[in-house]
Design a protein around this ligand. Sequence first.
Ligand SMILES: O=P(O)(O)OC[C@H]1O[C@H](O[C@H]2O[C@H](CO)[C@@H](O)[C@H](O)[C@H]2O)[C@H](O)[C@@H](O)[C@@H]1O
Length: 261
Amino acid sequence: MKNIPGMEAILTDPAGAVIGLDFDGTLSPIVADPASAVIHPDAPAVLAELGGHVMAVAIVTGRPVATALELGRGLEAVPGLVVLGHYGFERWEGGRVSAPPPPAGVPRARADLPLLLDSLGLDGVTVEDKGRAVAVHTRRSPDPEAALAVLRDPLAKLAEKHGLVVEPGRMVLELRPPGMDKGHALSMFLAERDARSVLFAGDDLGDLAAFDAVRASGLPGVTVCSGSAEVTALAERADIVVDGPEGVIALLRELSSAFSR
Ligand SMILES: O=P(O)(O)OC[C@H]1O[C@H](O[C@H]2O[C@H](CO)[C@@H](O)[C@H](O)[C@H]2O)[C@H](O)[C@@H](O)[C@@H]1O
């Protein structure tokens, strides 16, 4: 680990390190039904151990905070944990949630979706109502990539009509408000805490902005890709590529053990 640029600073000064982690595909294995996702069983204990050494553990996710905590049972016990949900619009810390008022465009887009999806005649496309955003999933359709291709333009037009943006992800297109992304969320958090180093691990396109934020911070930083066959863009830009959530947990465990030595 020591040979990775940025890791040296984290290992020698853990109290100055922020560990940023995506949720789905990084801490939680990808499953067909978003409502059935659960955190890797070892993650809460590994993060609790890590949280005792570092400046902060921050989960930066597209999920609403409440969903991340529900699917991530045990996370609330991680010392000093911060959850930045909805790509950073929501924040949970010490049991308290803060968030701006919900955007008006989301319920309007959600109301238009059934008719639009009917008109496209796609099988197995499902809608996840996230409150402050709405996600259209194709993982359970017979050809998920082809369904995504059919949906791309109509959803872009729907998003524009309601003042929203499209966030592409693993077999999902999400309609959400503009003005925030994981990079912005992470940058603000690093500045707020006066971090001295940072590690960020993610698996999906939305995590690229956080990778950029690690670089832009000017801090000693490490980017980790939770690798999959579905997304290759992160692996190309990561300092470390591991094998999915299992690999992420193993890396965090190794880090924690190094701090304890
Ligand atoms: O930022 P994240 O924590 O990675 O959240 C991104 C999206 O993750 C979820 O969808 C993904 O995981 C599902 C469960 O494993 C999977 O079925 C889906 O295909 C993936 O795209 C979640 O449902 C979305 O709301 C999140 O925005």
